[in-house]
Design a protein around this ligand. Structure first.
Ligand code: MF3
Ligand code: CO
Ligand code: CO
Length: 329
């Protein structure tokens, strides 16, 4: 999802909202929100600790890579300030990429079991993507070292697959993005590992519900901000926090672009248009919503140890409504 990089683009574009929010500290309304919310205590849960990251996996030479993953390219991947709008032909390509991402995600989910390492899940997903003639979009994206993101328990997002074996009672978000025939498809789900507390299962269910309901209000001419409104209303009913610093995004030929799809109440203007594709990817927590980044430069964890759940789909706006592209079918 989009982090500071896009917000700095918006800053350049003079969108005041983004220039006010600074990662980690949160904006004013966050503080108010936190004070008024009953924070659910985390029952002395252990925090996830970094494991060992294995070496980079190989890909066939002829796999078509996105620009940022070519040998000679360095620096920040391009994040266009325009939405990505597709004609009929490109919509078909998006459908194909997105379906593959969904199939890989479904497969990865079947591997979630106590004792299995996130590195193993990454390796298996990598193989499936490779054998499908696609490229795993996260690999080498701004130096991300693996093919999928695996975010366990108090990890908010962008967890790097490593040597940590999954434990009974963990929740794990697996985020799969593939690049195929020039188009990215992006989707994630939070899976239950073994026997998960009812309290945590509810977090996962409510987060899934937020995504479902947010998609249901999408269509041509609809304000993007209604996505945030819809999610916020549901999260509030359960006193869950919504992480504010990671957002959905336009997607297509580029992994990330405008519009920023904000998963909480906001007043940012902009309307959905026919042919555009973007992701919706709310992250809910059992408590606080501030984050810290591990020394690996990627893994975002909650400051207070709250657990986090996330679901993500890539959608296409049609004349008649909205199509969820990341279904495995
Ligand atoms: N898939 C994530 C998203 O939803 C982005 C991951 S970027 C990575 O936008 F480099 F961490 F893989
Ligand atoms: Co995304
Ligand atoms: Co994603």
């Amino acid at each position: 999802m989009l982090r500071r990089r896009l917000s700095s683009l918006f800053r350049r574009a003079n969108v005041a909202f983004f220039s006010q929010s600074s990662p980690g500290s949160g904006s004013l309304d966050v503080a108010e929100n936190l004070n008024s919310r009953i924070v659910i205590p985390n029952k002395q849960r252990k925090r996830v600790k970094p494991g060992v990251i294995s070496r980079e996996l190989a890909l066939p030479k002829n796999t078509k890579r996105p620009m940022y993953a070519r040998e000679t390219v360095r620096g920040t991947p391009e994040q266009p300030l325009e939405p990505q709008v597709h004609d009929e032909h490109d919509r078909k390509s998006m459908r194909t990429s997105c379906r593959l991402a969904a199939q890989v995600l479904e497969y990865a989910g079947t591997l979630v079991k106590p004792g299995v390492t996130t590195d193993y899940i990454d390796r298996q997903a990598h193989k499936l993507i490779m054998n499908s003639g696609a490229y795993p979009s996260p690999l080498r994206y701004a130096r991300f070292p693996k093919s999928i993101c695996t975010s366990v328990n108090d990890v908010i997002c962008h967890g790097i697959p490593d040597s940590r074996p999954l434990e009974d009672g963990d929740i794990i978000n697996i985020d799969v993005t593939v690049y195929r025939s020039g188009f990215h498809g992006d989707t994630s789900k939070t899976f239950l590992c073994g026997n998960v507390d009812d309290e945590l299962k509810q977090l996962v269910d409510v987060t899934r519900e937020c995504l479902t309901m947010a998609i249901s209000i999408c269509g041509p001419g609809v304000d993007y901000r209604l996505i945030g409104e819809t999610i916020n209303e549901i999260a509030d009913r359960y006193n869950y926090g919504i992480v504010r610093d990671f957002l959905g995004h336009g997607i297509g030929r580029y992994f990330h672009s405008a519009p920023a799809i904000i998963p909480y109440r906001n007043r940012i203007p902009g309307k959905m248009q026919v042919g555009e594709t973007f992701t919706i990817e709310p992250i809910l927590t059992t408590g606080g919503t501030e984050y810290q980044i591990w020394n690996d430069g990627w893994t975002a964890v909650t400051k207070d140890g709250s657990y986090a759940a996330q679901f993500e789909h890539t959608v296409l706006i049609l004349e008649t409504g909205v199509e969820i592209l990341t279904l495995p079918l």
